[in-house]
Design a binder for this molecule. Structure first.
Ligand code: PHE
Length: 347
């Protein structure tokens, strides 16, 4: 190997490389050529440079100059090619990702509150104005909280009204009413208490248009010094007027619940017939919307509250019944079906 032939080979390498690099179609091809010509180990330039060692010492710097020229030329070509390929790739991406701002918007399906939930919200908003705060109790309660602490011992006949589904934990059952929430709130809070407890309840029930084994209640509880039946009546009448209209007729009847004493049933004038009597109200002109009463001293004590000092009232209303009245629904099973043809009417 002599100076002339090595120089010639270097020039030939440049002559071959530059057009190939200029013609490379994309960045991957350019990288490949980079490796092929300038790669440290097997690159064409490195291979030629191995020949330098065989030259006479005085020739070596001269060939070094040529090597540098060739390397710079190839590097320059690679750099220019990369810039071009990058610009082309960017232009392609911009073209591909163009957003057509004039295209019609894709429709986002709009949901709505279920009529039961919407009714609960309305009830909570009205009682919220009276200072009642919403709490949530568990759907799986125990025999103690659902019955015994509410003054319903194991052999009490009232249990027949509240048969339910039992779960696989000791004493566990699906709550038959929201009243166990009274115990939970009293145990967690000190008077004055104004609590609202909406939620789902369960009963062992033969299903028909007005009975389901799953339904919703809203429990109310107020405990303070000197709370009395007049407070309860005033609050419920105000509620009925806010919920069903100022002119709505109301009445209280004596009732019975083991956990309230005295107990009442609260009726409103039938919203369907206006009080003259129809099928919806069983020809009585009245509709019962809740049970209520003064919290029994035994229940206050189970809640850790001294009945000598504090008194309370409680009520439990059926949400499904109220939602039916609000929306003219005649079969409560539609609330549970999840049928979109029904639900979409409430958007
Ligand atoms: N828990 C009763 C029921 O489910 C309703 C009620 C609640 C009555 C609170 C009085 C006080 O029928």
């Amino acid at each position: 190997m002599d100076l002339a032939s090595l120089t010639a080979q270097l020039q030939a390498l440049r002559a071959e490389a530059l057009p190939r690099i200029a013609a490379a179609p994309d960045l991957a091809a350019i990288d490949e050529l980079d490796l092929h010509y300038l790669g440290r180990k097997g690159g064409a330039l490195s291979v030629l440079m191995r020949g330098i060692g065989a030259l006479p010492v005085e020739d070596r710097p001269r060939v070094g100059v040529v090597v540098n020229e060739v390397r710079q030329a190839v590097e320059g070509a690679l750099g220019a090619a990369r810039e071009g390929a990058g610009a082309a790739a960017l232009a392609a991406r911009l073209a591909a990702e163009t957003v057509d701002v004039t295209a019609p918007a894709r429709e986002i399906p709009r949901g709505a509150l279920h009529p039961i939930l919407e009714t609960i919200d309305r009830i909570a908003a009205i009682f919220g104005q009276f200072g009642f705060v919403s709490y949530e109790g568990p759907e799986v309660e125990t025999d103690a909280t659902n019955f015994r602490m509410l003054n319903i011992p194991p052999d009490h006949p009232a249990r027949d009204l509240w048969d339910t589904l039992y779960v696989d934990v000791p004493g566990g059952l699906l709550r038959t009413h929201t009243s166990p929430g009274q115990i939970r709130v009293m145990q967690a809070e000190r008077p004055p208490i104004r609590a609202l407890l909406p939620g789902r309840c369960f009963r062992y029930e033969a299903t028909d248009a007005s009975h389901a084994s799953e339904f919703y209640q809203v429990e109310g509880l107020m405990v303070d010094e000197g709370t009395n039946l007049a407070d309860l009546k005033g609050q419920l009448v105000e509620f009925a007027h806010a919920m069903f209209g100022e002119g709505t007729a109301t009445r209280f009847r004596p009732g019975y619940y083991p956990f309230t004493e005295p107990s009442v049933a609260f009726d409103i004038g039938c919203l369907v017939c206006g009080g003259s009597g129809c099928a919806a109200c069983g020809r009585t002109g009245w509709m019962t919307i809740l049970g209520a009463g003064m919290v029994h001293p035994v229940v206050l004590r189970h809640g850790g509250i001294d009945p000598e000092r504090y008194q309370g009232f409680a009520f439990g209303m059926g949400v499904d019944r109220i939602a039916m009245l609000r929306h003219g629904v005649t079969d409560l099973r539609v609330f549970l079906d999840g049928d979109l043809r029904f639900l979409e009417q409430f958007r």
